[in-house]
Design a protein around this ligand. Structure first.
Ligand code: NAP
Length: 297
């Protein structure tokens, strides 16, 4: 239980509503700014305006999945108020307050370091990233289906990267009957891919493997689908870039060659906000409980 823990939420989308619900259910004292247009707020949450006073009482501050941008702007889907996390807000937070977000930009990281605030980026955690990979793969399938004239079943699909998202993506494609190639750089990933029944290759040999790909799903966060690679990709291929912006594809050259390449960020929040919210909520409650326990609270 989170009895006695004062949690302040600043902005967010439908995912954050699930997180708020869970924290209220766990008996935390919950305030939320950036939810003035939430149609049916749950009982037990105090809807507030963003202010220095609000933050000065927080044991825990929860920001949206992408905390804030490099000017401190916080996206708040259910608000008419413009939310910004500024220096004065960081100053107002008590020293023991922990700041939680999905992933932080440099701005937020710097502010937290400067004011000695503990910052937790939940998407860094393997468990959260693995659970999140499920709605991500489902969202990628939606995009693939909407943008092709052929079935995934029987297609030659390629997944680049075999981390938390790549693994789930490859298994999901396999489940639909695609022939799956996986681009990796480590021998242990090569071996695991082979054991899974996929066709592994080393990404240093990517050029040789793209000419017959119908679908390419990139999860490598770095430029990998270069102009040279694109020059070998068939025109009917669809590239879905799942890696965080700016992605790993030369989109300018893809467009020039007439190859459809789609950067697809934030899929869990788009295709399954409820599930994505529950994933975040469970992780957050666990983390706060552990921290409260460790502090002897
Ligand atoms: P991850 O577990 O770190 O996986 C990334 C993988 O890329 C790692 O296995 C890494 O291999 C591999 N890699 C990097 N450079 C490579 C190269 N040159 N050749 C072969 N493999 C290479 O990260 P993740 O959680 O799967 O996330 C991947 C990306 O997707 C991130 O940018 C993340 O932000 C994004 N993401 C997007 C969505 C969305 O909705 N679009 C959802 C979730 C995540 P090593 O193990 O060898 O380092």
């Amino acid at each position: 239980m989170l009895t006695g823990v004062r949690i302040v939420f600043l902005g967010g989308d439908a995912r954050q509503i699930e997180v708020i619900r869970k924290c209220v259910e766990m008996d935390a004292t919950v305030s939320a700014a950036g939810f003035d247009q939430w149609e049916a707020p749950c009982d037990g949450v105090s809807l507030e305006l963003m202010s220095v006073e609000l933050l000065s009482n927080a044991d825990v501050l929860v920001l949206p999945t992408v905390g804030c941008d490099d000017e401190g702007n916080i996206s708040a889907l259910f608000s008419s108020q413009h939310l910004q996390f500024l220096e004065e807000h960081a100053v107002a937070l008590p020293g023991h307050c922990t700041v939680y977000t999905g992933m932080a930009k440099e701005y937020l990281r710097r502010l937290c370091v400067k004011h000695k605030l503990k910052l937790v980026e939940m998407l860094d955690r393997d468990d959260v990233a693995i659970y999140n990979s499920i709605p991500t793969a489902e969202g990628a399938l939606v995009i693939a289906i909407q943008n092709t004239k052929f079935t995934i079943h029987g297609s030659k699909s390629m997944v680049l990267g075999m981390g938390r998202t790549g693994f789930t993506m490859a298994r999901t494609l396999q489940g639909l009957g695609a022939s799956v190639k996986v681009g990796v750089r480590k021998q242990e990933h090569f071996a695991r891919a082979e054991q899974m029944g996929w066709k592994p290759f080393l990404t240093e040999n990517l050029l040789q493997h793209v000419p017959d790909a119908d679908l390419i799903f990139n999860t490598i966060p770095g430029m990998i689908i270069t102009a040279e690679v694109l020059s070998r990709i068939p025109k009917h291929s669809l590239i879905i870039d799942l890696a965080s912006a700016p992605g790993g594809c030369d989109f300018r050259y893809a467009e020039k060659r007439g190859i459809k390449a789609i950067l697809a960020p934030g899929l869990p929040g788009i295709v399954a906000p409820e599930t994505a919210g529950i994933i975040m909520a469970n992780a957050l409650v666990q983390l706060i409980s552990d921290e409260t326990f460790n502090k002897g609270g």
